[in-house]
Ligand binder design. Structure first.
Ligand code: DP6
Length: 327
């Protein structure tokens, strides 16, 4: 079928690593975040999704890497398709087929890539021709961080006051600054508590209000450091922001502890490497794996040192990536 055919389309999208984190919603149903966030879209790790709306399907179906997904995951995708169907005035059910080339649910933002690709593919399959900002708003409803994966390079998600004003925008393209994400995998298994559940717990931490109140300052520092390509400033604000989010997680009720001993070992190795002159910083999402950001010139040496840390089973290398797109 041709890529713009009315009922079928395929799109690709990549995960992103948040430098200023999204943690907590002030409106859960609409996924309006408690604070804005900034991320870097990654290349090489890809989610490729085909959506086919068909007349005879009794219900939506979802397969990932060839295997049918459990009901809960299919229901989340169905709810997202409902938004797109409503928008297009379409009543057909869909077959959704995804291929993901990286470990899902291990703190590598697989839901960001998945819902960005799903939104682009489903909108096109439904015959909608929407500007990128609208695609980002829709993607946000499926998974908050997915609104950032709609764009390539360095991206900022404006928290916004309502549905209309909460979407991501590009800050700088992937070629603006060649940082590399050296991802230390310490456990590639799916995590116990997913981020949707985690967002609900954020407000139970007495630290969340302080974290949110200070977010505009950190967003400014991060934005300025990216635009001026100032590595040390970016390192300082990104590590602070990651530590703040994990402090909120640790002090939620019930507490969330995503770190494993090897997570801490990588954090300490990164701090030591920086003290001895290597430009590198860490940031950690809702999982035990550690993202180590470094300029491209240093990434081979950094990767070698990270690989040598006890408990690191694998190291993935991701460069700045492009936007979600029809395939
Ligand atoms: C720690 O976007 O995965 O990675 O909206 O419930 O799908 P849902 O949550 P999600 O949360 C991401 C949390 C984070 C930080 C970030 O990416 O900003």
């Amino acid at each position: 079928m041709s890529r713009m055919s009315l009922h079928s389309a395929t799109a690709t999208a990549s995960p992103n690593i948040a430098l200023i984190k999204y943690w907590g919603n002030r409106d859960e149903a609409l996924r309006l975040p408690s604070n804005g966030s900034i991320s870097l879209t990654l290349s090489g790790l890809t989610c490729r999704t085909s959506v086919t709306f068909e007349a005879d399907l009794p219900q939506d179906s979802l397969s990932v890497n060839g295997a049918l997904e459990p009901k809960a995951n299919t229901a989340r995708v169905s709810r997202h398709l409902d938004l797109i169907r409503a928008r297009a005035g379409l009543h057909l059910r869909a077959r959704v087929e995804s291929q993901i080339n990286f470990p899902p649910a291990a703190g590598l933002a697989s839901s960001a890539a998945a819902f960005a690709a799903l939104t682009v593919a489903a909108a096109a399959a439904a015959g909608l021709d929407l500007p990128a900002g609208e695609i980002s708003r829709l993607a946000r409803r499926g998974s908050g961080s997915a609104c950032r994966s709609v764009f390539g390079g360095y991206v900022e998600w404006q928290a916004g006051d309502d549905d209309e004003h909460s979407f991501a925008e590009p800050l700088a393209g992937p070629d603006h600054w060649h940082l590399v994400d050296v991802i230390a995998i310490v456990n590639a298994n799916p995590k116990g508590v997913g981020s949707s559940q985690g967002h609900r717990l954020a407000a139970t931490s007495p630290l969340q209000s302080a974290r949110v109140a200070d977010a505009p300052r950190r967003l400014d520092l991060c934005r300025q450091a990216i635009l001026a390509r100032e590595f040390e400033r970016l390192a300082a604000v990104s590590e602070l922001d990651s530590n703040l989010m994990h402090a909120v997680m640790l002090t939620s009720q019930p507490p969330l502890l995503y770190w494993l001993p090897a997570t801490l070992a990588v954090m300490q190795a990164v701090v030591q490497m920086r003290a001895s002159g290597s430009p590198v910083f860490y940031t950690i999402d809702a999982g035990p794996n550690v993202h180590c950001l470094t300029p491209v010139e240093s990434h081979v040496a950094v990767a070698d040192q990270i690989r040598a840390v006890e408990g690191v089973s694998q190291v993935l290398i991701a460069h700045p990536g492009g936007s979600a797109a029809l395939a």
